[in-house]
Design a protein around this ligand. Structure first.
Ligand code: CMC
Length: 429
């Protein structure tokens, strides 16, 4: 017996389970043989103690508030790089050289248009449809338009599908927005960078010249970097699980978008802004803090708490700085929502309930205020998250497909329903 095994006693059986070490982070007990050896499953609803895969992409230390992509701290990527550089890093594992970056930018940029037939697809939706509903439908529909990149066994097709999704997601997101507000679609403009192009597709109209504000374009780019990947969160796990059956990448990303929509995950930025608007003024904060602490009240402070971060979310710190930059640029420094947010943060960071439970502001706490100031309606917030997270989903999906250990994901269960019983004819029930 070595120190790299864990020992489990179950009834009369004694089992040694190998312990695997990562480069950093907690060790994992490999329970792959447990059922064979003992006939028992493990039980871990919500997967709080379960590593679902081996990955080399993203590392989080929730206690220390650390987020690394391929080893690089998120603060450095957000400060010095741009979103497409982060995309390259996530997909290929290394930062690009100048020539690689130029080539990657070119390849992404020249996939930004969507098949013209897609634009007619949009008109099937009601104008008042939530843009996330439109995203789930239209991104899933990409698999009906790009048959030449759905063979997941071909590495070239996998890369083409990846570039297509990174490139087309801003176009589709902007189309969902334009359709929602009844304005004509704006085609991509390839001499603009990724984020400036996206802002133009959202906010330009054919009857006026549109000048991209560089401060807002940089803020948009940083928001995309901050959302690019976050290891095995709910939507990423959904993408991996959907992909484990061999489903095509467009369908898998549509599954991820569906999962992201929920208020406990990507929908939290919309919920956080709605909450700040509901609170309205700093004097009402104590009432909401009391509600958040009340066990009989389902209310939670949206934008606070995280399954993994039990310290300040490192993304939230960068987001807070970006919020101040954007509001300063737009002359909204006195926005009452910002006052409520700053006061709420101050109180929650010193309140015993939040301190004891380690509930810190997460990225969604500040992103909503910023996006609202930039002109996005709340219904678009989660769409922007989906746009940015697409590269993370794709990188994780590709890693899974390339993993020789990869098998279909098939969890087991603890069955607590009726044991076997005989069917009774309806007249005897
Ligand atoms: N307000 C008040 N109490 C809270 C909150 C909150 N926002 N979050 C957690 N708690 C309490 C919770 O009631 C529980 O208390 P107790 O132990 O007394 O029962 C304790 O803290 C632990 O909470 P949990 O629900 O067991 O923790 P979790 O890891 O399952 O949930 C979470 C994590 C993010 C879903 C949760 O903190 C939450 O609902 N936060 C608000 C929604 C939000 O901001 N989500 C965005 C997450 S960041 C973006 C992303 O990655 O998608």
């Amino acid at each position: 017996m070595t120190e790299t095994s864990a020992h489990l006693g179950l009834g009369d059986s004694k089992v040694d389970l190998p312990v695997r070490k990562g480069t950093i982070g907690p060790d994992v007990i490999d329970i792959g043989s447990l059922y064979k050896q003992t006939g028992a499953f493990t039980y871990d609803p919500g997967f709080t103690s379960t590593a679902s895969c081996e990955s080399k992409i993203t590392f989080i230390d929730g206690d220390e508030g650390v987020l690394l992509h391929r080893g690089y701290p998120i603060e450095q990527l957000a400060e010095h790089g741009d979103f497409l550089e982060t995309c390259y890093l996530l997909l290929y594992g290394e930062l690009p050289t100048a020539a690689q970056k130029k080539d990657f930018d070119y390849r992404v940029t020249h996939h930004t248009m969507v098949h013209e037939q897609m634009s007619r697809f949009f008109t099937g939706f009601r104008r008042d449809a939530h843009p996330m509903a439109v995203m789930v439908g239209t991104v899933g529909a990409l698999s009906a338009f790009y048959h030449d990149s759905t063979d997941i066994t071909d590495p070239h097709q996998r890369m083409v599908a990846s570039l297509r999704m990174i490139a087309k997601m801003p176009t589709i997101a902007a189309m969902a927005y334009k359709y929602h507000i009844g304005q004509p679609f704006v085609y991509p403009k390839n001499d603009l960078d990724y984020s400036a192009n996206f802002l133009r597709m959202c906010f330009a109209v054919p009857c006026e010249e549109y000048q991209v504000n560089p401060v807002l374009a940089r803020a948009m780019d940083r928001i995309f970097i901050l959302h690019a990947d976050h290891e095995q969160n709910a939507s990423t796990s959904t993408v991996r699980l959907a992909g484990s059956s061999g489903a095509n990448p467009f369908a898998c990303i549509a599954a991820g978008i569906a999962c992201l929509w929920g208020p406990a995950h990507g929908g939290a930025n919309e919920a956080a802004l709605n909450m700040l608007m509901e609170i309205g003024t700093p004097d009402r904060i104590p009432e909401y803090i009391a509600r958040a602490k009340d066990k009989n009240d389902p209310f939670r402070l949206m934008g606070f708490g995280h399954r993994v971060y039990k310290n300040y979310d490192p993304r939230a710190k960068i987001m807070q700085k970006t919020t101040h930059e954007v509001l300063g640029e737009l002359g909204h420094k006195d926005d009452p929502l910002l006052q409520v947010a700053m006061e709420l943060e101050k109180i929650a960071l010193t309140d015993d309930y939040f301190v004891e439970k380690k509930l810190y502001p997460n990225i969604d706490f500040y992103s909503g205020i910023t996006l609202k100031a930039m002109g996005f309606p709340t219904t678009m917030f989660t769409v922007l998250f989906a746009l940015a997270r697409t590269v993370g989903w794709i990188a994780q999906w590709a890693e899974m497909i390339e993993d020789p250990q990869q098998r279909i994901g098939r969890p087991r269960q603890l069955y607590t329903g009726e044991p076997k019983r005989d069917y009774l004819p309806i007249s005897k029930r």
